[in-house]
Design a protein around this ligand. Structure first.
Ligand code: CA
Length: 223
């Protein structure tokens, strides 16, 4: 890793916060610490971290609101820290768009392991930048915590375009990628999948400008 990843620790218990800081620093990460919730969203906007550890109960603004507000503009990985295991079920039900949940008391080693796992999974290039989260294991795409409800073909289409933001893909390239079973399909099929995908992005609160048609050439994603 050329530059240390920066982990934002949002935790109001000073001992816990410094324990996390010590372990993450020892593992080669930089940290930025916040003990109260009000300034966190602004801080993420000003300088997006590579990952956030976010406590649920905080003075000022709580972790739930922070998670929602951050998800409205950022895909930064978020690990929620909760004091009660029953909280995790409730949070999962809210579909906040957090990447992982850890219950207190936790071992700092466990937290470091989860941080590493998430950063490894996400890879270096698209960390924190794309506004739509893609989970290939579940064929799930979410924007700001909202599921796009994609079909497998639409999901593959989005994954392909989003892997290279700004690059234009021709209809033929997209057909080859989308129809691995080489079914006979027409250009129009790709067009109609793109149309549906764009509609679903907009319905989930995304921009109509993200998925663009390049006349006579094909399609691209630009965030
Ligand atoms: Ca707390």
């Amino acid at each position: 890793m050329s530059k240390a990843c920066r982990i934002m620790i949002v935790e109001d218990e000073p001992k816990l916060s410094s324990l996390l800081h010590d372990y993450l620093t020892a593992a080669g990460y930089e940290t930025e610490r916040h003990a109260e919730g009000n300034k966190v969203v602004e801080a993420v906007q000003a300088a997006p971290p590579d990952l956030m550890l976010l406590d649920l109960m905080l003075p000022g603004k709580d972790g739930l609101s922070i998670c929602r507000e951050v998800r409205a503009f950022s895909n930064v990985p978020i690990i929620m820290l909760t004091a009660r295991v029953e909280e995790i079920d409730r949070l999962l039900g809210l579909d906040l768009g957090a990447d992982d949940y850890i219950c207190k008391p936790f071992s700092p080693r466990e937290v470091v392991a989860r941080v590493k796992a998430i950063l490894r999974r996400i890879g270096p290039q698209d960390r924190g930048s794309a506004p739509i989260l893609l989970d290939p294991d579940r064929f799930a795409a979410t924007h700001a915590g909202k599921s796009l409800g994609l079909t497998p073909v639409e999901f593959r289409l989005l994954t392909t375009l989003a892997a290279k933001p700004g690059r234009v893909f021709s209809r033929n390239q997209l057909m080859d990628i989308l129809y691995v079973d080489h079914r006979i399909v027409s250009d129009r099929t790709v067009d109609s999948h793109v149309k549906n995908l764009r509609r679903k992005i907009i319905e989930a609160g995304g921009s109509e400008e993200w998925l663009q048609s390049i006349y006579g050439v094909g399609y691209k994603i630009e965030w």
